[in-house]
Ligand binder design. Structure first.
Ligand code: ASP
Length: 420
């Protein structure tokens, strides 16, 4: 049994639906669970709708209508019969958002977010399942909220592995009889039957949860790139595909910010030694990348992870004390309370420097630090991480840049720099 995951880019329009159907058709007769994301940029659109609704703005309804129309336009292209029952089904699923929008927002933001944003996956999976069945590729649609059990930490649901494994292993294998099983990525359900989400881009993680629970033979993540590249081709045009990676290397890459796979995906697969393939849905016969327990590190090219919009904060105690364990533990507690994730840190005798993403959490963090520390802030920085670096590679990418901070270990160098 295998698990396939199709992300939003693979089902962004009618042609891409057809393409996904033609890939799946090739695996007829195999036992495959299909994990599917929302269409294209639907999750972003639903986030905007949630925000507008929460802030009491009038345009939430209009934004929803645009999104609904977009889905219907795709359905109209896919189904010859414009009375097919999928039209009603999609409509009835979107209606759940209409009902929420009818009342003023009385619940917490994160809870509302999950109830609204989850509709993207509910709709996309119904559409793809209906289309595959229409194309005579037998598929059983299931509701993932009956399979993945989480706590009620909305927007970042924590998986209850014991219950989840039990539900999936009891429910799924018997359904994989001459048909594929298709379900939603990104979603889970609480014990009170509320919907949760697993964090943005969480469908990869969903695939991994299913694979773990079913002791799957492999997971394949279908993407619009050739596989895992050693760098983001938008910034590094000479990026190359890596044929074989270890779980360890993949975890390191995602830890430093590579977005090719959701960071939580790898560990459950590693625990059961399940290979992860990253393949291109535009060229499905191509080998892609395989991630397994071992790889020959000497054959890896330098791996570059580039993060923009970084901030460097230098923190100095106001009472002239040195940076020591007591200060550090206090500083870490302030970061943890503010929910700011540290990308890199370094200390000197009297100051502690931290590089982090510049987002809405930084302003409250600085206010919280101000009582005990003076802070010096540099914005508009980039963080470049190079694994398996050579001096030539560092020189190439650091040339002409203003380097604010450099940190090296045996395998990894990190540069905080201004691009000029
Ligand atoms: N649709 C969700 C997102 O865009 C989950 C996913 O695609 O992985 O974040």
């Amino acid at each position: 049994m295998k698990v396939f995951k199709f992300g939003g880019a693979s089902i962004k329009d009618a042609d891409s639906f057809r393409n996904v159907a033609s890939i799946i058709e090739n695996f007829r007769g195999e036992q495959i669970v299909l994990i599917v994301s929302a269409l294209g940029k639907t999750t972003n659109a639903l986030e905007k709708i949630t925000q507008a609704y929460f802030e009491g703005k009038e345009n939430a309804g209009d934004l929803l209508n645009q999104l609904r129309d977009h889905h219907f336009n795709i359905l109209k292209e896919l189904f010859a019969n414009q009375d097919d029952e999928i039209f009603d089904e999609v409509n009835n699923t979107f209606v759940e958002i209409d009902w929420i929008l009818e009342e003023p927002a009385a619940e917490k933001y994160d809870y509302l977010y999950d109830q609204i944003v989850s509709i993207g996956e509910m709709v996309s999976t119904k559409m793809l399942a209906a289309f595959l069945n229409y194309k005579n590729v037998p598929v059983k649609w299931i509701d993932v909220r009956d399979c993945i059990a989480t706590d009620n930490n909305y927007r970042e649901g924590k998986v209850n592995w014991e219950i989840t494994e039990q539900k999936i292993s009891q429910k799924i294998p018997q359904l994989l009889n001459n048909q594929f099983v298709l379900t939603q990525g990104f979603l889970g359900g609480t014990s009170e039957n509320f919907t949760t989400t697993l964090g943005r881009e969480g469908s990869d993680y969903s695939a991994s949860i299913f694979a773990y629970s079913l002791n799957a033979e492999s997971v394949t993540i279908w993407k619009d790139v050739a596989g895992v590249l050693n760098a983001d081709p938008r910034y590094f045009p000479d990026a190359v595909k890596i044929d074989h990676l270890s779980y360890h290397e993949a975890i390191e890459m995602t830890y430093y910010g590579a977005t090719v796979i959701h960071p939580k995906t790898i560990k459950p697969l590693q625990n059961k030694d399940i290979p992860l393939y990253v393949k291109c849905f535009l060229d499905y016969k191509n080998e892609g990348t395989v991630i397994t327990s071992e790889c020959d590190v000497s054959k890896l090219p330098p791996v570059l992870v580039h993060k923009q919009n970084q901030i460097l904060i230098s923190i100095t105690p106001k009472d002239f004390s040195f940076i020591a364990e007591d200060n550090l533990s206090h500083i870490f507690s302030v970061f943890s309370t503010a929910g700011v994730k540290i990308s890199l840190m370094q200390n000197s005798a009297v100051s502690f420097s931290v590089c982090a993403d510049l987002n809405e959490k930084i302003a409250p963090l600085i206010i919280a630090l101000k009582n005990s520390y003076t802070t010096l802030v540099n914005e508009n920085l980039d963080l470049l991480t190079i694994r398996h670096y050579t001096q030539d590679v560092i020189d190439k990418y650091a040339a002409g840049k203003n380097i604010f901070l450099e940190q090296k270990s045996r395998h990894t160098v990190q540069l905080v720099m201004k691009m000029n």
